[in-house]
Design a protein around this ligand. Structure first.
Ligand code: GAP
Length: 447
């Protein structure tokens, strides 16, 4: 993990938030390369969900959440972790972080009994700050998908089975954020709520587990690095009938990368009006506040509350897993080493670097700039003009940040228009005509 963290800082992927004031625990900022990688992960997920499935719609709902949403969802009552205090050094921990009954900071066994600690952030809304004017920062993106269920059905005429997908920030006041960006207080989720007829839920669940494993593979996280964990009933979230967690071998250990839950009719049933008419199968709180019936009519004209299958992935955990898979330190023939990020090209923060052999040669620099302009027309993402005058150093840098293609412009380019193309993974170099560059790159990057 230390090498990854060092690379992230050195190359501008991730910084501690509020660093110049000592930081804010469990909160990170994504720098120039980090934001590109993060955006590329999200783009790839959006592509796989929305653009490849006619029956999935997108949503971008608010972060500030009406407390009633999180009351009926069960979060006000149950979204907590058991917390303990060390009576000696006053440190606080999640109960499961206490090993052998001892405080991990001072080693004392003088620990309090566990008590629930609600993980939601509460904030004042409007100019009057009192008990009646507050909202929560959403702890998951899912809830506003459920509360928008009828809006989306009414505006898109979707019928079951169909899904609503969303990417966005979620906030949890984690007792002990740790392991870099693995467990943080502000993070992003990529969540799909896929609505099916009751009875079709188990097949749909299996299908989505497979689809998600396949998607991770396309991002460079192979099945060999993932274990499927069938969450035992006593560990299931309050809404779940069954959950399969995709557990990834993170540098600090095997932990959850994504959860795929069968949320049954719990959420729509909880947020719906006229619950008594709906034959809701889950046990839900009586809802006296909702003005919407969150159900669909089946072919017989009966109202049915759909079951929900939910693949829910954290962007930061995906980022960490993808970086961990891509990260390699390799021995070279000359006895030196190189660090290389073997990222899938569609995820690379920089797609192409164009490097003039001589940084002060006007002709070479002008051709390089022209090539940059041409490649940018492909709209593949970041294309960099790298005018350091040191080819070897530039290659090392771009290996380290995962740039799949480097192009070098030299004296031969002036003579015959050919350039050197260098491949990140094989380090092979070949010459091609600059007029063939766009085809070569489009083929290599394949967005
Ligand atoms: N809507 C379901 C839900 O939120 P979850 O298992 O609590 O389920 C889903 O969270 C995913 O969100 C996790 O698999 C993980 O990738 C990510 N996640 C959850 N808490 C996180 C945290 N504190 N820091 C980073 N990612 C987190």
């Amino acid at each position: 993990m230390d090498e990854l963290v060092a690379l992230c800082k050195r190359r501008g992927f991730i910084f501690q938030s509020g660093d110049i004031y000592g930081g804010l625990q469990g909160v990170y900022d994504f720098g120039p390369l980090g934001v590109e990688l993060k955006n590329n992960i999200k783009k790839s997920w959006w592509q796989a969900m929305i653009y490849e499935n006619d029956n999935i719609e997108g949503l971008d709902s608010s972060i500030l959440t009406n407390p009633l949403v999180l009351r009926y969802s069960g979060h006000e009552d149950t979204f907590s972790d058991p917390m303990v205090d060390c009576k000696e050094c006053k440190s606080r921990f999640r109960e499961d972080q206490i090993k052998d009954g001892k405080c991990e900071k001072c080693g004392s066994s003088n620990i309090t009994d566990p008590r629930p600690f609600n993980l939601m952030f509460k904030t004042g809304v409007g100019p009057i700050q009192d008990e009646n004017n507050y909202a929560y920062l959403r702890p998951e993106t899912a809830q506003q998908i459920f509360t928008n269920f009828k809006n989306i059905i009414d505006t898109t005429s979707k019928s079951i089975p169909f899904g609503i997908a969303q990417i966005g920030k979620a906030f949890r006041n984690e007792i002990t954020p740790r392991n870099f960006i693995f467990r943080v207080r502000e993070f992003e989720q990529m969540e799909l709520e896929y609505f099916v007829n009751p009875g079709d839920d188990e097949i749909a669940h299996d299908l989505w587990v497979q689809k998600r494993v396949d998607w991770w593979k396309e991002q460079g996280v192979p099945m060999e690095s993932i274990e499927l964990y069938d969450v035992p009933s006593d560990e299931l979230a309050h809404y779940s009938k069954k959950t399969i967690d995709l557990m990834y071998k993170f540098p600090h250990g095997l932990e959850e990368l994504e959860g795929i839950a069968n949320r049954t009719d719990f959420d729509l049933g909880s947020h719906s009006k006229k619950q008594s008419e709906l034959n809701i199968k889950s046990s839900v709180l009586e809802n006296k506040d909702s003005n919407s019936k969150l159900a669909v009519q089946n072919d017989d004209g009966n109202w049915v509350v759909p079951f929900v299958i939910e693949p829910s992935a954290g962007v930061e955990r995906g980022f960490l897993a993808i970086l961990n898979e891509a990260f390699n330190i390799e021995d070279l023939a000359d006895g030196k080493q190189r660090t290389v990020l073997r990222l899938k090209p569609h995820l690379s923060p920089v797609k192409v670097a164009v490097i003039p052999l001589k940084k002060n040669n006007e002709e070479i620099v002008a051709i390089a700039l022209k090539i940059v302009k041409e490649i940018k027309k492909l709209s593949i993402g970041r294309v960099i003009f790298e005018n350091t005058g040191n080819i070897g150093k530039s290659y090392r840098k771009h290996d380290e940040i995962g740039t799949p293609v480097c192009i070098t412009v030299d004296f031969e380019t002036i003579e015959n228009g050919s350039v050197t193309i260098r491949d990140r993974d094989s380090m092979d170099q070949s010459r091609i005509n600059s007029t063939d560059l766009n085809d070569h790159i489009a083929n290599k990057i394949k967005l």
